[in-house]
Design a protein around this ligand. Structure first.
Ligand SMILES: *[C@@H]1O[C@H](CO)[C@@H](O)[C@H](O)[C@H]1NC(C)=O
Ligand SMILES: *[C@@H]1O[C@H](CO)[C@@H](O)[C@H](O)[C@H]1NC(C)=O
Ligand SMILES: *[C@@H]1O[C@H](CO)[C@@H](O)[C@H](O)[C@H]1NC(C)=O
Ligand SMILES: *[C@@H]1O[C@H](CO)[C@@H](O)[C@H](O)[C@H]1NC(C)=O
Length: 895
């Protein structure tokens, strides 16, 4: 399987009108074939004829004679290149004084360019290698390798190619074929095996192991060969002969190639294939209004609906083009070299993504104005075009919500409030794909009785449904989902006909009592609803467009069903504010249902407060509120279910008698995520939100140990221009801001103090209230501030930290905690400052790690096999991807 290839936008191969047959294949497996390349002479220019061996499992594209296997072809922009492995191992018996190896490209039109930063690497022991241009016989360069004993070689740092085991020759002239003359040198240790490969200059990192095992082509990037049209020597001469001039598209340009001949590309502002008539299309409209027939719709297990697409004619706009590439296990869907798409949602307008490497510009080359990619999140919002809905609808030609019963929505970047553009959705009551003609179809609500509740005769209609109560004398049979003769009536009739007066009366009484009970219950619920200020809430929620999408008022029935009548076995937590149950909604969502303890008006206010706060915020590190229920005596809140307990448990809980290991990186990440959430609360919403009860017990952890700040019962909204509020002091002992405690004045710095306590918990792994040496209970915060002046840092911190982490990093972290815990709030940093300082610390940790352990990027994953709570979100660090990054030096994504 080939390594990941750079993402290159496909070219208009399908529509090759004048030059190629209509039936020419446009791709081989997953490799695009742009004209002038093609399968068969009728589909290609001379010299560019490919063969495609493709079956269900793999495909190979071969070119020229001798056959060269091509991994991909680019023909756009000024890049005219293809990727193929140039890699050989030869056996040179120790006795032989000289040996000659050679490589030949796929034809005259192809060469390893002298200007694309390629190098020849030679791996061996005791050889001199001289590289000659086979066409001219001229020397290109030479290098020699010696080796030392095994013990010395093993200790060589990786990536060093300076004549010990590995040497390299830069290729600075075009090479269509080369000869490599190998001769024995006498010094040092000698090995039979000699391996050579051509690859981007810093695309290969030598390992001593490679001497014995050779290089696995799957693990290194291929070499890049330039190609050009050789019919004329350069553009000036090519233009003279219009009949054979290859740059046939309007808006195309000719460019002399460094390997001789010329190449064509589209002019500025246009994209596409300059080698075919009308191949160059304005950037803005590069794409298709409707998908062509037989567009592939899956890549691995990800399904790809239009307007996204993987081939020309299948995507609506160039920024919606995704590439399906061979991956480590199954094909992966790439947006850029560093971004893999794992799910596409048309309804929600988001992509779920994975980042492949830890740094860099993830959108490189992609139109970043149409995507909202946040630093951390794995969700990306997208728009189909940069205009507003108003503009798009006025512009009939480009409007993409083409299905009937579809509508346009403006897409905003949640974090920055920037207008991204618009996207489409099916109108309410319809489902499907709004981007294709007649893509939105009616939802038959009657077939989904769980979602659309109807206790009567359900009738579907276009875009909606009607529900009529059962006729008099019949009642709804839930099992059969239809009205049937009422059993109570039957009973009465029976009673009368048997003439038993007593029986008759009893029946009437039981019915009446049942009815009465139902009525009373209903009235009670109504009353609770009012008491719980349901009306206020409904208004609150519906006044906010964003909130109403996600926040919902649940019925008591629904929640009773979800929690099995608030069964004790479903209790997952009890806190100061109430009990939390695990529940499963009818749509299979797992939720946490929080039942408040008290019914005093204060509590109800707090509850409404929490709904008001949470319904306005949407942040990856803040627990998500699905909705609430107001019919019960006590208010109920419905949250996303967070499965892995609290940070407090993680830090202080034991498993099999010992604490879970928690690496420095994890501690930093957790601290950063909490800081991010608090910063967001402080500044992102229109009102500033003070949490007021920041503590490790209120930080939840999900499956991936992503943190979720929770429990907003005590939070307060304050208008941005107001600096403080005077309130009754609330909070948790051990975390409480002393200045707030004394003055009752609440500011955003109060949360910073509490946050500082969490930092100390992370650093020392001690609970916020501890017993000091004298057995007295004490605030961890004060104890820490005292200790830090008394003892060396390494003695204060948790053992794992003191072993794993440098003084410099610990110092940075401790200083930050110290600042957050300053007695006077003026001295404390803002939450934003905290976040920035943590980012800097993260950077420091990353650089230190790299310096200390040059092998780290090779081994990937866990370092020492110890169980560790590492959120593995990507394939960071595997050799494959780090090589890919380096491959960048010679390839760019054409815009
Ligand atoms: C090796 O290259 C150097 C210049 O780079 C040249 O002077 C020398 O003659 C070459 N040696 C051989 C054996 O080709
Ligand atoms: C797709 O497959 C990957 C692993 O092959 C898996 O992790 C992921 O959950 C799958 N996604 C879906 C939507 O099934
Ligand atoms: C949208 O993009 C086009 C082409 O890139 C540009 O000309 C136009 O000004 C943009 N419109 C808006 C509203 O940003
Ligand atoms: C080759 O490397 C130089 C210097 O690193 C760089 O400026 C140039 O863009 C590279 N050329 C290509 C084709 O990548």
């Amino acid at each position: 399987m080939a390594g990941l290839l750079p993402l290159v936008v496909p070219l208009l191969a399908a529509t090759a009108v004048a030059t190629a047959e209509r039936s020419c294949p446009t791709h081989c497996g997953m490799i695009d074939i742009p004209y002038p390349f093609g399968v068969g002479p009728a589909c290609s220019l001379p010299g560019f004829n490919l063969t495609c061996d493709s079956n269900k499992y793999s495909s190979h594209l071969r070119l020229g004679s001798p056959n060269v296997t091509v991994d991909f072809i680019s023909a756009s922009g000024s890049i005219a290149s293809l990727a193929a492995h140039v890699l050989q191992s030869v056996n040179m018996p120790a006795g032989a004084g000289a040996y000659s190896a050679s490589w030949e490209g796929p034809g005259r039109s192809f060469a390893i360019s002298g200007s694309s930063n390629m190098s020849l690497f030679v791996l061996g022991c005791g050889v001199m290698a001289a590289l000659l241009d086979r066409d001219t016989g001229a020397a290109v360069g030479n290098c020699s390798v010696v080796c030392a004993g095994e013990q010395v070689m093993e200790r060589l740092p990786d990536g060093l190619c300076t004549g010990v085991g590995c040497c390299s020759v830069d290729v600075r002239v075009p090479l269509r074929a080369f000869t490599l003359n190998l001769s024995r040198t006498v010094e040092g240790i000698v090995r039979d095996r000699v391996t050579f490969l051509v690859i981007c200059r810093d695309g290969y990192k030598f390992r001593t192991n490679d001497l014995a095992q050779g290089v696995d082509p799957n693990e290194v990037a291929p070499a890049l060969l330039d190609w050009a049209i050789l019919a004329r020597a350069d553009c000036a001469r090519a233009v003279e002969n219009r009949a054979s001039y290859a740059c046939v598209s309007n808006h195309s340009e000719c460019q002399d190639s460094p390997i001789g001949g010329y190449v064509c590309h589209c002019s500025e502002g246009y994209s596409g294939n300059a080698y075919i008539v009308d191949g160059c299309v304005p950037n803005q409209y590069y794409g298709s209004n409707q998908p062509k027939a037989n567009c592939p719709t899956r890549c691995g297990n990800v399904s790809i609906p239009f307007p996204f697409g993987m081939q020309l004619g299948c995507f609506a706009r160039i920024h919606l083009y995704l590439a399906c590439s061979p991956g480590p296990i199954s094909p992966i869907l790439q947006m850029t070299e560093h971004l893999v798409v794992t799910d596409i949602s048309l309804d929600q307008g988001i992509l779920r993504i994975q980042k492949l490497s830890g740094s860099g510009d993830f959108l490189d080359g992609r139109d970043s104005t149409l995507y909202a990619l946040s630093g951390e999140s794995s969700l990306v919002e997208w728009a189909v075009d940069n205009s507003t809905c108003g503009e798009a609808m006025a512009n009939k030609y480009g409007y993409m919500c083409v299905s009937s019963h579809s509508e346009c929505i403006d897409v905003m970047d949640d974090r920055t409030s920037r207008h991204l553009g618009y996207r489409c959705r099916c109108s309410s009551g319809f489902e499907g794909n709004p981007y294709i003609e007649d893509g939105c179809t009616d939802v038959d609500e009657c077939l989904q009785p769980d979602k659309y509740i109807c206790h009567g005769i359900c009738q579907n209609s276009l875009g909606s449904f009607s529900c009529t109560a059962c006729r008099h004398g019949t009642e709804f049979d839930a099992a059969a989902r239809k009205c049937k003769a009422s059993s109570t009536i039957l009973g009465i009739t029976l009673g009368i006909s048997t003439g038993g007066g007593l029986l008759f009366l009893a029946a009437i009484a039981s019915i009446a009592s049942r009815r009465w009970k139902k009525g009373v219950q209903k009235r009670l619920r109504r009353r609770h609803f009012h008491k719980n200020k349901g009306i206020l809430l409904e208004q609150l929620i519906s006044s906010d467009q964003n909130a109403s999408d996600s926040t919902k008022i649940f019925s008591l029935d629904e929640l009773e069903k979800a929690t099995n009548n608030f069964d004790q076995s479903r209790v997952v937590g009890r806190g100061g504010h109430g009990t939390v149950y695990k529940g499963i909604l009818t749509d299979q969502r797992v939720v946490a249902v929080k039942r408040s303890k008290l019914v005093e008006d204060v509590e109800i206010d707090q509850f409404i407060n929490e709904v008001a706060v949470l319904s306005q915020i949407n942040h990856r590190n803040v627990v998500k509120l699905h909705g609430c229920c107001l019919e019960s005596e006590v208010p109920l809140l419905v949250y996303e279910f967070i499965s892995n307990g609290t940070l407090h448990d993680l830090l202080h809980g034991q498993r099999n008698g010992s604490l879970l290991p928690l690496s420095w990186e994890e501690r930093l990440r957790i601290a950063t995520e909490i800081a991010g959430a608090l910063t967001y609360l402080r500044s992102a919403a229109s009102m500033s939100i003070l949490h007021r009860d920041v503590k490790s017990m209120n930080v939840l952890l999900n499956d991936n140990y992503t943190t979720k700040v929770s429990d907003f019962g005590a939070s307060r909204l304050i208008p941005i221009d107001q600096t403080h509020l005077v309130t009754a002091v609330q909070g948790t002992f051990g975390y409480l801001d002393p200045e707030y405690y004394h003055t009752g004045k609440l500011t955003d710095k109060s949360d910073v103090y509490s946050y500082g306590v969490i930092l100390v918990e992370l650093l020392m792994r001690k609970k916020p209230i501890i017993e000091d040496e004298n057995g007295e209970k004490q605030n961890l915060a004060n104890y820490f501030l005292w200790l830090i002046g008394e003892r060396p840092l390494k003695e204060i911190v948790d053992d794992q930290v003191s072993v794993e982490t440098s003084n410099e990093e610990i110092m940075g972290f401790a200083r930050l905690a110290q600042d957050c815990l300053k007695l006077r709030r003026e001295g404390r940093p803002t939450m934003k400052d905290v976040e920035v300082r943590l980012q800097l610390l993260k950077g420091l940790t990353a650089t230190l790690k790299k310096d200390v352990d040059p092998r780290a990027p090779r081994e990937g994953g866990m370092k020492d096999g110890r169980e560790s709570v590492v959120a593995v979100t990507s394939h960071d660090g595997t050799r494959r991807f780090s090589i890919e990054q380096e491959f960048e030096c010679s390839m760019h994504l054409p815009r």
